[in-house]
Write a protein that binds this ligand. Sequence first.
Ligand code: PMT
Length: 390
Amino acid sequence: MLRGKNILIGITGGIAAYKICELIRMFKRENANVRVVCTKNALNFVTELTLQNLSQNDVGVEEFDVKNYKPQHISYADEADIMVIAPATANTISKIASGICDNLLTSIACAFRKPILVAPAMNCNMWENPVIKENLEKLSTICCKILEPENGFLACGYEGKGRLCSLDKIFKETSAILLNHQKNKKKYIITAGGTIEDIDPVRYISNYSSGKMGIALADEAYFQGNDAVLITTVDVKRPYKIVKVKSAQDMKLAVEKEFDTADFVIMAAAVADYRVKNKAEQKLKKTNDDELTLTLVKNPDILKELCNNKTHQIIAGFCAESENLLENAAKKIKEKGCDYLIANDISRQDIGFSSEYNEVTILKRNGNRKTLERAPKSEIARLILKEINE
Ligand code: PMT
């Protein structure tokens, strides 16, 4: 399955390093070419000889090789189709996030311009440390996809989140990225976040959308080797094209600009149905009246207009409901005319707005439905893309 694919595995100094021997075997069984680079600390847990035998390749540890005129970190980076850093310690994550290149592994990561999968493993208190969280977020702004650790019993004796995710997950994610890259590139437009409709220069009307669902979809489209354009109301840095917008009208213009050349459009943004009729140029002053009336006018329905004007694009909308989810979604897919409508219940605290998780039912134009059980938004995104590509 992976013949001709070059996988570079980066091992850092955590106890889970021993598990990576089996991961190498899993890739080798699929005929991938595997190279291993490890930090000196990783060699406290696993030997160079073992890694060399399993990968059937030299193992990179030292940054400077006098026998080779080519800088090693560049040749490793150029040769590989993907880099998998597992286990990734808090130390290595933080170094890469800060652009520190003080060993072969971190230097390669800095020079790497293809997808990097990062599978952290550490003590649960280290995982919860806000500095580490911030550094992981920074890694997402380059070509890195984070495979979050799992809950469980940790080698340090603690119980909590920090265990290396399953080798099966690392194997599947790596294979999916490598195999999807073989396909033709598609262009995805994805919207994210809640639109902001100004009342005056100080106040606005908006909603609780964090943009997480839309960002997860754009990340997934990008990691599958596609061109992603994320049109978003929230600040985010990513290696693909980001268009920052504010109001529904801005979003409409930005989407329309990209629409003709798009293959897929996914409207995950929470777009305001109404905006303030006459936005005040100056801050509204408090008066003696107990009430203030704002007049709202309808915003354009971006999704509906796109569906009316589509030529070849596949268009998916989202449907956010606080009651009668599937009934309302069935009406909405007809009203909007989209190919797919992805319904989620925004009255639940454990999914939907701002949550890291979602649970959705995908409605198709022909009346078919598919429910995706509660899962991290990255997983829901992967399954949504799979569904709309079938
Ligand atoms: O951002 P998160 O915190 O991760 O939360 C994710 C989410 C709950 C915002 C997301 O999963 C979601 O449901 N997005 C759609 C929210 C919404 O606007 O739903 P709606 O049912 O009001 O609209 C239906 C569809 O029409 C949506 O695709 C919307 O983008 C689109 N629309 C709505 C109004 C409008 N004027 N123009 C539009 O294009």
